[in-house]
Design a protein around this ligand. Structure first.
Ligand code: AMP
Ligand code: MG
Length: 317
C-alpha cells in the first residue's frame, strides 16, 4: 500500500510555514494585501512537491500554484522572504531556484498516479484567521484512492488521512492516530449538523435553507466553515451533511478543492455526489466539468437531500 508517511510529515511542515506567515503578516496587524497570502501558498506547495519528488519521483502532480506566477507576480523581496521561511521550516538552505523547481515538479507528466494539491485551501479563511486546509488527493485510474487534509485551524490543529479504504485523524503537532467514521445520525433526523461555505460568493446560502426545508430538515444546526475542513467534519462525525449549492448554472469546481475531502469522506463510510446524485468525476483535468455542486453526507441522510434536489430549479435557468 502507498506509504503516506513522508507526505504527512510534509503537510506538518507546510502547516508550520502557513502558521508562521499568519503570525508574521496577519495576526494583530493591518492586513498587508494579497502578497503575504500568496507566499504561504507558494511555500506550502514547494514543501509538499519537494516531499513528493523525494518519495515518489515518477508520479505526476497537479497543483494549484505555478512557478511562472511566483516569479512574475511576487516581488523580489517577498520571494526572498518565503525562500528564507522555507529554509527555516525545512532546516536546510534552499534557494529561490529550488522553490521554482519544486513548484513545477511533476506537472503535465504521464504517470499511473497523480498527486492533486491545494497548498492553502480556503485562502479567504486563512486571511481572516478562520479555517483553511492543506489538501492533497491521490488519483489513480481517475479515482481518488487516498487523501490528506491538514487542518491547522480545526480545534488545536488536526491532520486527517484516508488510505486503503479507512480514514484516520491525529493532532497535527503529532500524537496518537485514531480511526474515524461518519456520524450515525439517521435519515429522519430533524436537526442534523449541516456545514456550508463561509463565503457568500462561494455558495447559495439562502437556497440551502430552502432546500433543507424541502427535505424536511426543519431545524438544522448550520455552521459556515472555510475549505475542505467541511469534508473532514463529515468524515469524523462532527457534521452530518455538507451541501454546496453553486450560485452559477455552470460552476467550474476545481479538482483540488474536492479530491482530498472526497477520499476522506468515502473512506470514513460517507457519500459524496453532485446535486444530481452522480459521483464526482476527477478524471477530466483541473475542472470537475461534469459535476454541479456537492452533497456530502454520512450516507444515511443522502437520499433525502437528493430527493429534495430532484425538484430543485437551478438559478438563472
Ligand atoms: P470553500 O471555503 O468551501 O468555499 O472553498 C474554497 C474554495 O472555493 C477556494 O479554494 C476556491 O477555489 C473556491 N472559490 C473561490 N471563489 C469561488 C466562487 N466565487 N464560487 C465558488 N467557489 C469559489
Ligand atoms: Mg482551494
Amino acid at each position: 500500500m502507498l506509504d503516506l508517511t513522508p507526505i504527512l510529515d510534509a503537510v506538518r511542515l507546510a502547516a508550520d510555514l502557513t502558521r508562521r506567515v499568519q503570525q508574521l503578516h496577519l495576526k494583530g496587524s493591518e492586513k498587508t494585501g494579497r502578497e503575504p497570502v500568496t507566499i504561504a501558498d507558494y511555500g506550502s506547495q514547494a514543501i509538499l512537491c519537494r516531499a513528493i519528488s523525494l518519495a515518489y519521483p515518477d508520479d505526476a502532480v497537479l497543483a494549484e500554484e505555478r512557478a511562472d506566477q511566483f516569479v512574475t507576480l511576487v516581488s523580489e523581496e517577498s520571494r526572498a522572504h518565503i525562500t528564507q521561511l522555507v529554509s527555516s521550516v525545512l532546516g536546510e538552505n534552499v534557494t529561490e531556484t529550488d522553490l521554482v523547481t519544486w513548484l513545477e515538479h511533476g506537472r503535465g507528466k504521464e504517470a499511473e498516479r497523480t498527486w492533486v494539491i491545494d497548498p492553502v485551501d480556503g485562502t479567504k479563511g486563512f486571511i481572516a484567521m478562520r479555517r483553511y486546509a492543506i489538501a492533497i488527493g491521490v488519483l489513480e485510474g481517475g479515482l481518488p484512492v487516498a487523501g490528506i487534509i491538514g487542518s491547522p485551524g480545526y480545534n488545536e490543529g488536526l491532520l486527517f488521512h484516508a488510505q486503503g479504504g479507512a480514514a484516520y485523524m491525529q493532532p497535527i503537532s503529532g500524537g496518537e492516530v485514531h480511526r474515524i467514521a461518519v456520524s450515525s445520525t439517521p435519515n429522519d433526523a430533524p436537526n442534523p449538523h449541516v456545514v456550508e461555505s463561509a463565503e457568500d460568493s462561494h455558495a447559495d446560502h439562502e437556497g440551502l435553507l430552502q432546500l433543507l426545508a424541502d427535505a424536511g430538515i426543519t431545524s438544522p444546526v448550520l455552521e459556515r466553515i472555510d475549505s475542505q475542513d467541511k469534508y473532514a467534519m463529515v468524515a469524523c462525525g462532527d457534521a452530518d451533511l455538507y451541501i454546496r449549492l453553486p450560485r452559477e448554472a455552470k460552476p467550474k469546481h476545481k479538482v483540488w478543492d474536492h479530491i482530498g475531502g472526497t477520499a476522506l469522506v468515502q473512506a470514513a463510510g460517507g457519500m459524496v455526489t453532485d446535486l444530481d446524485g452522480s459521483p464526482l468525476d476527477f478524471s477530466l483535468g483541473a475542472i470537475l466539468s461534469r459535476n454541479r455542486g456537492m452533497v456530502v453526507s454520512n450516507g444515511q441522510l443522502h437520499e433525502r437531500v437528493l430527493k429534495a434536489l430532484a425538484d430543485w430549479k437551478v438559478p438563472g435557468t
